[in-house]
Design a protein around this ligand. Structure first.
Ligand code: ZN
Ligand code: ZN
Ligand code: ZN
Length: 343
């Protein structure tokens, strides 16, 4: 997410007025790649406020319609889901239980497929193949060590970092490009001093994922810290089956989405994220939008009171919200009125 007074753009591309024309052109090219098929629907641009960059609609949109859909760069099932094998380890769609299978004999469309080496379950051959070519071939057996560490320590981001390394390595192996590496560097990151536990996280990650000396140099602790800072503010909770903003389905997992990372926060958002079937993110309009409007979502529960909203945003994303609702709710500005009148 890029709504943060205390976060800035990637280290290599400082998005400031002093950015050179050449750097701007490189940056624009990366944005173009990230926007991809949605170039006629949305654009990334400076908000002209302390929010930095944001995502804007290029078309008018009816309330309830999906503006864009996006596949994650990386996603991972929650530990609960992963340990019970109840979701596809790639797309996080719910897998039918064996009992469901038994009652639908004759309809074997949803037979699980699994990796013969690590027994990861997939909903389809397609998911298995996609997982393999995107990251799985580079982390099939090694990622299990990271998973065990993460599960024991209740840490989730090192797992995403492991998949990120695997995607970068396979992207280079198959396509001879470092596109993912470049894309990552334009995302906002938390300007947060690395907490002590990131050192342990890195050691666990390094031991499992980086056996080659050259990779240890490339993906060093400094690299890991930047990735963690990116994940810290851009990771999205995925609730498969949630099609309304308040749907209280359990977390299916987490994911990092390039384009959605540019959507700023508001406590009065005009959009929300839905995941109707799997980890495919749908950005859905909550109200009618006109061409040029900035698209916003709420990073937390917008119905919580001012203090709860602010502390959630500060603790999790490192900024204090100054959206119209917060300015109105600001305790010092709020006219004294009986509690019952408060929502
Ligand atoms: Zn799947
Ligand atoms: Zn495997
Ligand atoms: Zn706010």
């Amino acid at each position: 997410m890029s709504s943060s007074s205390s976060s800035t753009n990637g280290q290599r591309f400082k998005y400031t007025t002093t950015t050179s024309n050449n750097e701007m052109a490189v940056l624009e090219n990366i944005y173009k790649r990230i926007i991809g098929q949605h170039h006629d629907k949305v654009m990334i641009k400076d908000t002209g406020t302390s929010h930095g960059r944001g995502l804007f609609t290029k078309v008018s949109v009816a309330a309830g319609s999906t503006i864009i859909t996006e596949q994650p760069f990386v996603s991972h099932p929650s530990f609960d889901q992963a340990s019970t094998n109840s979701v596809c380890s790639h797309c996080l769609t719910n897998l039918p239980t064996p009992i469901t299978n038994a009652t639908t004999t004759g309809n074997n469309k949803h037979q699980h497929v699994h990796c013969p080496n690590c027994r990861q379950n997939y909903c389809s051959v397609n998911c298995k193949n996609t997982a393999e070519t995107q990251y799985h071939l580079a982390c099939c057996t090694s990622i299990d060590t990271v998973r065990k560490y993460c599960q024991a320590e209740k840490r989730r981001f090192p797992l995403l970092a492991a998949k990120i390394v695997a995607r970068i390595l396979l992207g280079y192996h198959f396509n001879k490009t470092m596109e993912h590496w470049e894309n990552l560097q334009v995302l906002s990151f938390a300007k947060k001093d690395p907490p002590m536990e990131w050192k342990d996280d890195y050691l666990a990650f390094q031991r499992a994922m980086l056996t080659k000396e050259s990779n240890k140099k490339k993906f060093n602790y400094e690299w890991f810290v930047r990735v963690m800072q990116i994940l810290y503010i851009n990771t999205v909770g995925i609730q498969v089956g949630a099609t309304t903003p308040t749907a209280a389905t359990p977390d299916s997992g987490i994911g990092l989405y390039y384009l959605a990372s540019f959507i700023n926060h508001s406590c009065e958002p005009n959009c929300f994220l839905a995941f109707p079937n799997d980890h495919t993110l749908n950005l859905v309009a909550l109200k009618p939008l006109k061409q040029g409007d900035e698209l916003t979502i709420s990073y937390g529960d917008p119905n919580k009171d001012y203090v709860e909203r602010q502390s959630h945003l500060f603790d999790n994303y490192g900024f204090s919200c100054q959206c119209p609702k917060c300015l109105l709710d600001l305790p010092s500005k709020r006219p004294k009125k009986p509690l019952a009148a408060d929502k």
